[in-house]
Write a protein that binds this ligand. Structure first.
Ligand SMILES: [Mg+2]
Length: 187
């Protein structure tokens, strides 16, 4: 069983440096709980495309070392998932950001897990995975639509999806582990 594990906002709390970028560049602040969609930050702070690219470039290109994990004991939880199935971390990044993401994975003891880079705004359902742990609503919906299992990592911006047998909210990675163990998913 192949597992796709998302990186931003699933194992890495990369929205926090986003708050920092907005503070430094727009002089404004916001709470993570206010973020209602992926476009919310862009719309609220009227970011131009070059600003958006600068922000995301800064977060993983420059500030990767300041990105905290989403949960305590992230290393053991991710490594546990990696024993349940054949897992890869699947994320979008330009080459500079990919370098930062690899450094982050090494820092948190995840360098043994393959990193797969997909284009920005791409959904992942066509990739050769059976299970997707992701916070992006659109990705989870597309995954479920093609009959694969979407474990929706609960965040303020993905609320309100209709749960089904193959679209299930999880509040943390322990719930993902439990779901997959209960389903008898094995390599
Ligand atoms: Mg994400």
């Amino acid at each position: 069983m192949r597992i796709s594990l998302d990186m931003d906002s699933v194992i890495a709390e990369s929205v926090l440096p986003t708050v920092k970028w907005i503070q430094e560049n727009k002089g404004q602040t916001f709470e993570v709980s206010q973020v209602s969609s992926w476009d919310w930050i862009q719309d609220t702070f009227k970011l131009t495309l070059p600003e958006v690219l600068d922000m995301y470039g800064k977060i993983w290109g420059g500030w990767w070392n300041e990105v905290p994990p989403t949960e305590e004991d992230i290393t053991s939880k991710v490594q546990k998932l990696n024993t349940i199935g054949d897992m890869m971390i699947v994320t979008s990044a330009n080459p500079e950001q990919a370098t930062g993401k690899l450094k982050w994975m090494k820092k948190w003891g995840l360098q043994n897990i393959p990193l797969v880079i997909v284009p920005y705004n791409a959904t992942k359902e066509a990739l050769l995975f059976d299970v997707y742990i992701d916070d992006r609503a659109q990705t989870c919906l597309e995954v479920a639509k093609v009959g694969k299992l979407a474990l929706v990592y609960r965040q303020p911006w993905n609320a309100g999806l209709e749960e089904s047998s193959n679209l299930i909210y999880i509040k943390d990675l322990n719930e993902a582990i439990k779901q997959l163990e209960e389903r008898g998913v094995s390599c």
